[in-house]
Design a protein around this ligand. Structure first.
Ligand SMILES: [Zn+2]
Length: 303
């Protein structure tokens, strides 16, 4: 199946909603309709209501049932554009810009649509990281960078990122309640292949438990002035890019929704060399994701 890589290709491939429905149908039922009730193949398409009716048991179902597109009133083509922007724009897109570009009815609709697409990304398998990895934390919020080091009133974010010579490999980012031993060690443990990773950190005491867990841990000894010369170049680079992105694209993000933005960031970061994979992955995530009711989101006027 072909995937659009420019806006012109997108328009050619998805000139209207019918093309989007047909595309979705091919992805969901590659060998033709499969009745969720009786397992038969073969259906009548009830075009006016866009429902498939099983030839055997007459059960009616929709290609969007059980996906994030379920019950949507927004044209499928607008959803597909959301997928396209999330996938093709290096920096994603803000709800405000998306509303302007697509003309959807309200900011809230645009905001919820993008968050629903992001929510699917967290279902992607996240391979465990290996080799030399850097672990660190930072604080995000208020857009005045931490004057007092670890915290106060900001949202903590932990990172693990692979060092691959002169570049970085994959990364994982998570919102953390605080930078304690329990929180940081369980984050590190959950993100790496313990027998195949060497974890580099600064001298922060919460990381010292890692070696007791049998993990090859190389803390940077001594050196005050944290974040100056603690030997974690990739962690700092990724944090810098993350903050620039959040500030530039979204003008601040609520802590409640931050993890979904982190998921979007990591999704693109890990696939930055394989751009052609991105569009179908976001679309597949949207299809695999559970319907995500709006009231789960409780919109705030940020992001
Ligand atoms: Zn049936």
């Amino acid at each position: 199946m072909r995937f659009p890589s420019t806006l012109l290709e997108f328009q050619a491939q998805f000139p209207d909603d019918d093309h989007c429905w047909a595309y979705l149908r091919r992805i969901r039922w590659p060998r033709g309709f499969l009745c969720p009730r009786c397992g038969s193949r073969g259906s009548h398409f009830l075009a006016s209501r866009r429902l498939e009716q099983c030839r055997a048991c007459r059960y009616q179902s929709s290609v969007t049932a059980g996906t994030v597109f379920h019950g949507t009133r927004v044209p499928l083509r607008v959803w597909f554009l959301g997928v396209f922007f999330l996938a093709r724009h290096k920096k994603g897109i803000s709800a405000l810009q998306f509303q302007r570009d697509t003309g959807v009815g309200s900011y809230q609709t645009a905001w919820a649509l993008l968050h629903k697409l992001r929510s699917g990304l967290s279902n992607l398998p996240a391979p465990l990281l290996k080799g030399d990895v850097e672990a660190d934390e930072t604080y995000i919020g208020g857009y005045r960078e931490g004057l007092n080091g670890r915290g106060a009133g900001k949202t903590g974010v932990a990172i693990i990122v692979e060092r691959r010579g002169r570049t970085a490999g994959s990364a994982r980012l998570a919102v953390i309640p605080r930078a304690t031993t329990a929180v940081l060690t369980s984050f590190v443990q959950g993100a790496i292949q313990p027998q195949e990773a060497t974890v580099h950190t600064d001298a922060w005491r919460s990381y010292t438990a890692l070696s007791k867990m049998g993990i090859d841990h190389r803390p940077r000894k001594g050196g005050h002035g944290r974040h100056a010369l603690d030997g974690l170049p990739w962690a700092h680079t990724v944090f810098g890019n993350l903050k620039t992105w959040l500030r530039g694209t979204f003008h601040g993000v609520s802590p409640k929704h931050l993890q979904r933005y982190l998921d979007e960031f990591v999704f693109r970061f890990d696939r930055r060399w394989k751009e052609t994979e991105i569009f179908p992955r976001v679309l597949h995530c949207a299809i695999d994701a559970d319907p995500f009711p709006y009231h789960h989101l409780t919109a705030e006027r940020t992001g």
